[in-house]
Design a protein. Sequence first.
Length: 295
Amino acid sequence: TTEMTNQEEAEIQISELDLLSSMFPYEEEFAVTDQLALAELKHYAENESADVPSSKVQFILNVKAEVPNASVVEFSMACALPFKYPTVLPEITVRSSLLSRSQQIRLNSDLKTYLLQNCSGEPCMLSARQWVKDYAAAYIDKELSSSSVTAEGAVRAEATTFTRLWIYSHHIYNKQKRKNIIDWAKELSLSGFCMPGKPGVVCVEGLQSSCEEFWSRVRRLTWKRILIRHREDVSLEGGGHAEIQSQRKFSTLEEKCFDAHGTRGNHMDLGQLYHFLEEKGCADIFQMYFGVEGH
């Protein structure tokens, strides 16, 4: 059976390379630098060879990105596809003559983080290319100063809305997802709670921009079903720390497990959830989630 998956991975690699060459027909946009590895891979995928290819397919993707002062910067992505790709991530190094060494290291590390969070197990060369096109220019020196200033300005402007999101998922069992939910909430200064099991309930509250960033990250993970059941927005006068704190109904973001029962020990006691929400002054939410009055 492993042979089959290796075969499938090889086929996925070839179809992705075909897609890239049809989208970027010019040598200066996309070029396979190791034709022998590509020939071996095709040979393997077509089942004509039991030998696992000896080297990774390597290619260059060149991306032009516009920087705010309307000049165009070229970035080159040197890519190699490990034999187990897309089960494992591609190896990508982004370079540009305008990047200092530390900027290049930071850019490549951020790209890798993005791919880890969003593309594990999926063909991701187009996503990676798009990410470089959208974000790489911001890593170049002269742009960093101006973009960080506007980012601060944006935070001040948005600090005037306090948001609470009530998220519903078919189930939350996966330990990595549960860890992401808690880590991201902490990173974004959000409070609330996460109730794993089936169904899964997540509540986050804090600055509107932080809640939206949290939702966009969570939504990109793989779910059977996930949606925002209810959203509360409160306009704040000054948007200062004390005012934000006074709106919170939860002090931190914690995972809440209510006596579980059921085959996987993951079905939560909804009566306990109801009493917990009631204590926090959110009992009306229960009906929105489950369509029944609490008890």
